[in-house]
Design a protein around this ligand. Sequence first.
Ligand SMILES: Nc1ncnc2c1ncn2[C@@H]1O[C@H](COP(=O)(O)OP(=O)(O)OP(=O)(O)O)[C@@H](O)[C@H]1O
Ligand SMILES: [Mg+2]
Length: 397
Amino acid sequence: MIDIDKLQKQSGIIGNSDVIKQAMEMIAQVGPIDITVLITGESGVGKEMVAKAVHAISRRSNSELVTVNCGAIPEGIIESELFGHKKGAYTGAEVDRKGYFETANKGTIFLDEIGETPLETQVKLLRVLESGEFMRVGDSKALYSDVRVIAATNKDLGELVKKGEFRQDLYYRLKTVTIKVPSLRERIEDLSFLVERFALEFTRNNDIVYRGFMPDAIRAMKQYDWPGNVRELKNFIERIIVLEKGARITKEMIDHHLEPVMPAVEYNENLPIILDRSPEKAERELILRQLLLLRQDVEDIKKFIASGSNFENNEIKYLPYTSDSKNIKVVESSDRLIKSDAIGEFKLEDVTKEAIERTLKYFNNNRRAAAQALDMSERTLYRKIKEYGLDPKIKRK
Ligand SMILES: Nc1ncnc2c1ncn2[C@@H]1O[C@H](COP(=O)(O)OP(=O)(O)OP(=O)(O)O)[C@@H](O)[C@H]1O
Ligand SMILES: [Mg+2]
């Protein structure tokens, strides 16, 4: 029998709540057995961590765990990515190419966001799940891969089946062994452990003195809903430590930074939005909102970093920061919105492009995180990056 505490240490999955312990027990039970596992749970709950833990205790742990984000691969090439293609299968296919299923032979393949897989591809996935057989695109020879499949989704696949967006046969095949990863709300008692770990890790990695959280600050965080779950909590902890310059975190600071993000943004009448609700306007409103929030964060952090801040004596000198933005006039840091005299000088496309570029920079080119922050599917984000010719390696400076 696998020791649950040891498994948690190895996998880095933190939590003492009953629900997390149950999930851990499930991992321990099914990990070593060569069966397909479906991992469900809201965004940011730790599904990928669970997938890694399952692989790590499996008999395949010495072979590769190949992770495929089904939601991020454009529909046109997903089959070629998964199953490979034969030379000449389509324009540009100049050589035979292996797909992920071949690469993962003897190991595990992790199909993340399986709910995003196009219906035609689902048929082929079902076949590979049932027999290990598949064909390269443009080839008629069946190949075989000895691979264990772990799939994850934050969608309700049962609902997708009802809507005709997911094949019922594949759903039944996948759901036999399901590990449901609980939301942070369902295990709020774990919050203090998570906070402690994230804060320690972050301060250690950045040479910041860790001064801890006041008990009422923890209580205040427990009142919040955490729709983005553990990922949101982790980002929040890192942000508050930076913005509060390494000070001991009080309830007041939490209340200040943890205002419900969406409703808290107040629009002033100068903003060129929500005058009416056409889809274009709604999209623009969304993008602007994200841009405004991001700009504030990025600027706070940039200023802080530029100041060569010293956490030790708690004295922070801010260097004057000037925005490098050409398209949007950035106003004083106390003013969160675009100045009305900037209106007319930019197009929606400029705003979208800048929002994407800066969001990517902010998340260090983590496209998943950026897509999530922009409330955009990863596929759309990829398309826009291409469309705007954005540098694929946008990095924080
Ligand atoms: N129980 C946990 N203990 C420690 N860290 C966690 C835990 N759960 C999640 N995390 C951290 O939260 C972040 C999100 O986790 P992960 O990527 O596994 O979530 P996910 O469920 O796959 O999210 P998504 O649906 O957005 O893909 C990661 O940084 C991860 O390390
Ligand atoms: Mg994930």
